[in-house]
Design a protein around this ligand. Sequence first.
Ligand SMILES: Cc1cc2nc3c(=O)[nH]c(=O)nc-3n(C[C@H](O)[C@H](O)[C@H](O)COP(=O)(O)OP(=O)(O)OC[C@H]3O[C@@H](n4cnc5c(N)ncnc54)[C@H](O)[C@@H]3O)c2cc1C
Ligand code: FES
Length: 289
Amino acid sequence: MTLAAPEPLADVYLPRPARVEEVTPLTDAEIFFRLRAEEPGMVHGLPGQFLEVTVPGIGEAPISISSSVTRRGHGGDDWTWEMVVRRAGNVTAAMHRLAPGDRIGLRGPFGTHFPVDSRETRGRDLLLIAGGLGLVPLRSAIQYVLDRRRDYGRVTILVGTRSPADRLFIGELAEWAEAPGVRVLETVDTASPDWDGHVGVITTLLPRVEVDNARTTAILCGPPIMYKFVLLELHKLGLPDARIWMSLERHMKCAVGKCGHCQINGRYACQDGPVYRYLDIARTPEAIG
Ligand SMILES: Cc1cc2nc3c(=O)[nH]c(=O)nc-3n(C[C@H](O)[C@H](O)[C@H](O)COP(=O)(O)OP(=O)(O)OC[C@H]3O[C@@H](n4cnc5c(N)ncnc54)[C@H](O)[C@@H]3O)c2cc1C
Ligand code: FES
């Protein structure tokens, strides 16, 4: 079954009620949430898409969907979404005060998605590269791919984090590495005394992986600085810009192409992003920064 990107609800401005089902701190600054829709009619969204989360009385913030539509428990109108929220300002701090049972609002899903269900990826080797909080949206794509493992070739997942204390989804990284034909390599920029894994920026992992440039599609999710250096390495490996995809986060408010907060050189990232094929933005210097 091929899943088309879902249309957001007709009234894209109206937050729909949802309940907080699980709240689990992952690090000092990031909390994992599971949210459940309280009304029929919402859809889950595809990897790379985001929801606008409203904390009543405080405000709204765009947050990536970290779970996959392919996971059990999703179906009919009984939707749950997983997210990880880093404390940044008012809305995210208010989210950090939420407890199971609290009510919030959700709008969306919005934006473009990673090409997990297209000829860009089906039958191809995948190189999935996550830096820092980029693992949150990329986890949705990873779950999707692992749930449809036979549709893809070799899967290589590279994960880079600032320090061992900032690592996300530690147990899941080990589970993913157990899947057939899946390789997971992790690195931290700075080690702690108890870290015996790889140390170095994420590009130092690339010489350790085999990339068949004729068969590989790369999907990147991380900070702009990561894109800059990873792109240099992918180009050295001979990967064409048409087979490199990335998510570009911008300040967003309305998510429906009205407020202009998310503009990248006249383009609205909430509409034709956040996921882009690199070929389409390679000539937009503002995109990568
Ligand atoms: C498509 C998309 C997906 C996102 N997914 C996630 C996610 O999964 N988890 C998560 O924790 N955050 C995510 N963010 C970032 C999150 O939306 C912002 O941190 C949040 O809006 C900040 O709102 P606030 O009211 O808490 O802070 P504010 O008071 O609005 O801002 C606090 C600080 O954060 C800065 N800031 C706000 N938004 C951004 C932004 N987009 N990029 C860089 N700096 C920003 C402000 O300039 C300020 O310095 C995503 C953003 C976008 C656009
Ligand atoms: S967030 Fe308002 S136009 Fe994109």
